[in-house]
Design a protein around this ligand. Structure first.
Ligand code: ZN
Length: 695
């Protein structure tokens, strides 16, 4: 007499699909049903509450894994798996056979059973029909499975027949071992992809007092068509009055096909395994959440789903979680996939009970194999786009002007976007700082000229300095030059590595120095007069240790990408590092926020030359004298700028607190540069024209 009190409720017209219900020790279940896999007495990443919310009513647990850890003693002491994991619904346990036969190297098998070594503690175990049932009794599952010999579904006839015969002998031993336990026990039909063996196996097992019968040895190597065919072959010979379980199957379409062929029960790891990879099943096809088409999507995952993930989150958020490999992403997508499976089972059951399964099946079998048609991954035919070389977060970029530069992929920011990098480097930094004339020796012994190159990037500015030095050397000889020390600061060397490896795009790098810098961190000109050093790391942490500069070429990423390098606090620290020696800072930015930050740090701030679409850039001096001696000194920001600043929306940096605003504004108003602006406008240009004549 069956322990499950199985009731067949409805058989379909034109299909083998059926709806049934049966009683377990932990309540009734309705078929067709899907069992989430709780290998280690947990469905990965789910609580019992989230499982129930997805619609789960019965779980599968793996005898093999639970035998090795925590072991039968724990279940005996605590009183079974229900109490252990606090799950009050039914549990089905497999026999462990599938896992043992998946590890052929570490087991020895004979009529008795399979001996294998534990992956947990190295002990040798015997898995026999008797020990498997013993363990499943300790676990206290509602439905136990017999130990069977699993072989590939593609196994040849003789091997498949021998495995089937052994499985039948083990089936009898398993029934004996079960004895008068109230736990249900299922037999397993074997026979690989051989019709007569499958028939023979089903006919043999149906004569034994099992509470249900399973189809084993599928989903292990056969095609989908073979799987469907042999599922149908077996169910034809199974009794109607017992539940039928197709082990380890499968995808939603596999399950639909098997229900159509008369199967009632399923288990599979796919819902949670695909969720881990960012893939979900939806009413509108399969979605791969890693795809960037979902980056800005505020839609739910599936508008037809009411799971927690769909109710509470957007595709954009779930896409982000998946991209960031966050556990919550896996958790939520698993919830969704499990909810999808359980809903599919409920819909199938409802259609069977209405005797409308056949039209349901016809509609679903096209629906379940769709990919995301709203966002097709194969776009209409399009010319293949040439991809520029990339490295890490950087890619070579070619602007409309035809010159190459480096683009940061994550921020989209292009270094020197509007004119050729070496042209901008010369105009903004080398020429404007009068580098050639500065290099000329006027005193003996001569002071070393120190330049900070902040933001090495693809070495455009550094190489412009180097070229200027080489020209000066050719014109004046090594005795006529001041020693030059160029200190480049860079956190990420990928832009230079990328550019140096593709010198065809970057003619300015055709020189031995960049590769030496990458290899050794320093390079010295054969004359010994110029030394180039790399400080690799965070500028803000490392500039204190560098020799104070006379010139700073300030070329980091923009405020938008790297805002901390544009704050008043950072400029104040740079100012302090330069003092008391006069220093000049050159930068491409003309932003009011950058200028006001420099002013508040104590710099005297003037307009630099324009470059590309920028009408002006910025030069900052640590001393009033330094600014007065410079051609740009005449263009120090004056009353006109001050008036514009007073009206500006970025008048005070956001880092200044509400209480500090008034003080900050006063500090700018009272900056000595503005007090002197009227006087300087009338001053003769003497010092400036002296300098100019030397260029
Ligand atoms: Zn959902």
């Amino acid at each position: 007499m069956s322990r499950l009190n199985f009731t067949l409720e409805q058989e379909s017209t034109g299909s083998q699909a059926r709806a049934a219900r049966f009683q377990t020790l932990h309540g009734e279940v309705q078929t067709p049903l899907f069992m989430p896999v709780g290998t280690q007495a947990t469905v990965k990443g789910q609580t019992i509450h989230t499982l129930k919310a997805t619609g789960a009513r019965i779980l599968l647990a793996n005898t093999y894994h639970l035998l090795l850890r925590p072991g039968p003693e724990v279940f005996k002491k605590i009183g079974g798996i229900h109490r252990f994991m606090n799950w009050d619904g039914p549990v089905l346990t497999d026999s462990g056979g599938f896992q043992i036969f998946s590890l052929p190297a570490s087991r020895r098998m004979n009529e008795d059973g399979a001996r294998f070594q534990s992956y947990v503690d190295g002990d040798v175990y015997l898995l026999s029909p008797e020990t498997s049932i013993g363990m499943q009794k300790a676990i206290g599952s509602d439905i136990m499975m017999v130990l069977d010999q699993c072989i590939p579904s593609t196994a040849p006839y003789a091997q498949a027949e021998a495995a089937m015969e052994l499985t039948h002998r083990w089936a009898r031993r398993s029934l004996d071992a079960r004895g008068d336990s109230p736990q249900a026990l299922f037999g397993i039909v074997q026979g690989a992809c051989h019709r007569d063996l499958r028939k023979k196996s089903a006919e043999f097992l149906r004569e034994l007092p099992f509470d249900g019968l399973a189809i084993g040895g599928l989903a292990v190597g056969e095609t989908q068509a073979e799987r469907s065919e042999f599922t149908g072959v077996v169910t034809e010979y199974l009794p109607k009055n017992l539940p039928r379980y197709l082990m380890g199957v499968g995808t939603p379409i596999d399950i639909l096909e098997a229900v159509h062929r008369g199967v009632d029960m399923f288990d599979c790891i796919i819902p949670s395994q695909l969720a881990q990879r960012g893939t979900v099943f939806t009413s509108r096809g399969k979605l791969h959440l890693r795809r960037s088409v979902y980056k800005f999507s505020e839609e739910p995952l599936d508008p037809a789903c009411d799971c927690q993930a769909c109710r509470e989150h957007s595709r954009a958020y779930l896409h982000h979680l998946v991209k960031a490999d966050e556990l919550l992403g896996w958790h939520l997508l698993s919830i969704h996939n499990l909810a999808f499976y359980h809903r599919l089972m409920r819909e199938m059951r409802a259609s069977i009970l209405r005797d409308e399964f056949l039209p349901f099946y016809e509609q679903k079998r096209t629906e379940l194999v769709r990919s995301d048609e709203g966002n097709p991954s194969v776009l209409p035919k399009k010319a293949k786009v040439f991809q520029f070389p990339r490295l890490g977060d950087y890619q070579i970029h070619q602007g409309p002007g035809g010159f190459s530069s480096i683009r940061q992929i994550s921020s989209g920011e292009v270094m020197h976007s509007v004119n050729p990098p070496e042209e901008e480097a010369n105009k903004l930094y080398v020429d404007q700082s009068l580098l050639a004339s500065r290099l000329k020796k006027t005193d003996t012994p001569a002071d070393e000229l120190v330049i900070w190159d902040v933001g090495l990037g693809a070495a455009s500015n550094a190489m412009a300095v180097l070229r200027c030095f080489e020209q000066s050397l050719a014109a004046n000889g090594s005795d006529g030059l001041r020693p030059l020390r160029l200190i480049s600061f860079e956190r990420d060397l990928d832009p230079l590595r990328l550019a140096a490896g593709k010198a065809a795009y970057f003619p300015h790098l055709r020189h031995a120095a960049p590769n030496e810098i990458l290899a050794n961190g320093h390079w010295t000109h054969p004359s010994g007069v110029m030394r180039w050093e790399l400080v690799h790391g965070d500028f803000l942490e490392l500039f204190r240790g560098a020799k104070p500069p006379e010139l700073i070429f300030y070329d980091p990423f923009s405020f938008k990408t790297d805002s901390i390098l544009w704050t008043a606090e950072t400029f104040a620290r740079i100012f302090a590092a330069c003092a008391p020696q006069p220093a000049e800072l050159y930068t491409y930015s003309a932003a009011t926020a950058a200028r006001v930050a420099l002013l508040s740090a104590g710099f005297f701030v003037g307009e630099g030359v324009g470059t590309g679409p920028k009408a002006t850039t910025t030069i900052a001096f640590t001393t009033a004298a330094g600014s007065a001696a410079h051609p740009a000194g005449a263009r120090l920001l004056g009353d006109e700028w001050l008036a514009r600043w007073r009206r500006s929306s970025s008048k005070v940096p956001t880092s200044v607190s509400a209480e500090g605003r008034a003080e900050f504004e006063q500090q700018i108003e009272q900056h000595p540069q503005f007090a002197a602006s009227a006087r300087r406008a009338l001053a003769p240009w003497g010092a400036i024209s002296d300098l100019r004549s030397q260029i």
